[in-house]
Design a protein around this ligand. Structure first.
Ligand code: CTP
Ligand code: MG
Ligand code: K
Length: 181
């Protein structure tokens, strides 16, 4: 695969994992997942991880995978780039894995004494990749290894932090997010 094609495929394949975080920011609020519970003197997850945000994030990711699946054939025909369609378990694995990774990151942040909204460079940018890819490999194994070649994975690891930083700065400037990370 040519470099440009690999980049397009990686971005397309990861969109259902990228969008849940942004949807959660827009939809978040209401009851926190940890119900306000603490472990030791610190919250388990904190007020930044809510049921509503998580559900909206997963739904948005799965819905986007559905739209991309409808678009895959026409885009392939028009551009010759082998963008993938999504089987249902892949869509769910990418979206739910992204939310799960973000929740896991909050757990680690609270354990390490970071308050809600504090930054954790590296983890903030890659938490959702670290869980969404293995979960998808588990749930939709055949699909995963067909789409996520080593080249695609390498692009994802480089591209994701760049996109994450860019979208969060934009969301912050628009007043949608409290911090630019
Ligand atoms: N959000 C949510 N549910 C999620 C993830 C995010 O409701 N599962 C919403 C919350 O309103 C949250 C905002 O999106 O404050 C920004 O998300 P994020 O940066 O992940 O959370 P933080 O507030 O920074 O909290 P933490 O320090 O735990 O990451
Ligand atoms: Mg944050
Ligand atoms: K986060």
């Amino acid at each position: 695969m040519a470099v440009l094609e690999t980049i397009v495929v990686a971005f397309w394949a990861m969109l259902p994992a990228y969008v849940p975080n942004n949807a959660a920011v827009l939809a978040g609020g209401g009851r926190p997942i940890d119900g306000g519970r603490t472990w030791g003197d610190k919250r388990v997850l904190g007020d930044g991880k809510t049921w509503r945000g998580t559900a909206a994030g997963i739904l948005a990711g799965v819905a986007l995978a559905g739209v991309l699946t409808l678009l895959a054939d026409p885009v392939r025909a028009a551009t010759g780039i082998g963008v993938p369609s999504f089987v249902p378990l892949a869509a769910f694995g990418l979206a739910a894995g992204a939310m799960l990774g973000d929740i896991g990151a909050s757990f680690l942040k609270r354990r390490t004494g970071r308050r809600r909204g504090a930054m954790f460079p590296g983890l903030d940018q890659l938490d959702f990749v670290v869980v969404s890819l293995p979960l998808t490999a588990l749930l939709a194994t055949e699909w995963f290894f067909e789409v996520f070649t080593w080249g695609v994975v390498a692009v994802v690891v480089v591209l994701t932090p760049v996109l994450h930083v860019t979208t969060n700065v934009i969301a912050y400037r628009l007043g949608l997010k409290d911090e630019p990370w």
